[in-house]
Design a protein around this ligand. Structure first.
Ligand SMILES: [Zn+2]
Ligand SMILES: [Zn+2]
Length: 293
């Protein structure tokens, strides 16, 4: 947490600040939502029109990539190509989140399942706006989330699944289970053709511990690690130790953004060479025959 506040004061406002306000914000969604105007997902989910093959699209990030998308502090991505289209985190600002999703050629109604990594507002702030657009989803939240938040999500029409242990979302996608690093957090991992694709929110429990947990649970080599690494402002020797741990576990590609830090990104780019995949708002990674930006 401290490293984030060192790297940007905005985290304090959009992250912890909104997390404290989150139950209030959740109540506001319910009171302001025009339920009759809510767009229901069509019977045949439009994501089936998406190109075939496993893909991850970052739809919310503070690092730029595709100029059509706005940048703001936070993280969200959409996984397509599996039995279910999965939204992992929702960014911090609902308006930007919805605009970005549409700029990627997607609609909220295409999403079947939402996995929230942790309570901070830069990962949960877009949820209310999303549910107003599509509440016909299952939302997987860490069991430790405040009861008021779970209640408001249900009130908006979504199903809530409380998670603690690793959980199957659909074939090829599971959560890591809630790990404790001061801030309880769960991550998402996918079974790709070359190994696991581990996607992290803020990685508060520690990026190496998270990848180790995914590897232990899946019994498969981690191939790609992406998302927020929570490594802004860390020493070069710390980054080096993470690089070494990744390589020891067989990680071949990294696509980190959000709270990973400029210095960490630079050092990992040098260490992973072609396995360093530039990431940011709008970046799309396909895993049909390996990860490509
Ligand atoms: Zn974050
Ligand atoms: Zn966080």
């Amino acid at each position: 947490m401290r490293r984030d506040t060192l790297s940007t004061g905005r985290w304090w406002l959009t992250g912890l600040g909104l997390s404290v306000l989150f139950p209030v914000a959740a109540a506001a969604w319910a009171s302001t939502a025009d339920r009759s105007a809510r767009v229901r997902a069509p019977e045949t989910r439009a994501h089936r029109k998406q190109p075939k093959g496993l893909a991850v699209r970052i739809v919310y990030d503070n690092y730029p990539f595709d100029k059509k998308l706005q940048t703001a502090w936070g993280f969200a991505c959409v996984v397509t190509g599996l039995e279910k289209a999965i939204l992992f985190d929702t960014g911090g600002d609902g308006r930007i989140f919805l605009a970005n999703i549409r700029a990627c050629g997607m609609e909220p109604g295409e999403i079947d399942a939402v996995v929230l990594s942790h309570i901070h507002g830069d990962h949960t702030g877009g949820l209310g706006a999303f549910l107003e657009a599509n509440s016909r989803v299952t939302v997987y939240v860490p069991k430790v989330f405040p009861e008021g938040v779970k209640r408001e999500v249900r009130k908006m029409g979504a199903s809530v699944v409380e998670t603690d242990a690793p959980r199957k979302i659909c074939s090829g996608a599971r959560t890591t289970g809630v790990l404790d690093g001061g801030i309880p957090e769960q991550e998402l991992y996918l079974k790709g053709p070359r190994g696991l694709i581990v996607i992290t929110g803020c990685a508060h429990p520690g990026i190496v511990e998270i990848v180790k947990a995914a590897k232990a649970h899946a019994g498969t080599r981690p191939d790609t690690v992406m998302g927020g690494f929570h490594m802004a402002g860390v020493s070069q020797s710390k980054v080096q130790s993470v690089i070494q741990a990744f390589k020891d576990m067989g990680v071949a590609r990294v696509a980190h953004s959000h709270c990973s830090g400029d210095g960490t990104r630079k050092q990992m780019k040098e260490a992973f060479g072609e396995g360093y995949l530039p990431a940011g708002a709008g970046a799309r990674f396909t895993f049909e025959s390996g990860a490509e930006p």
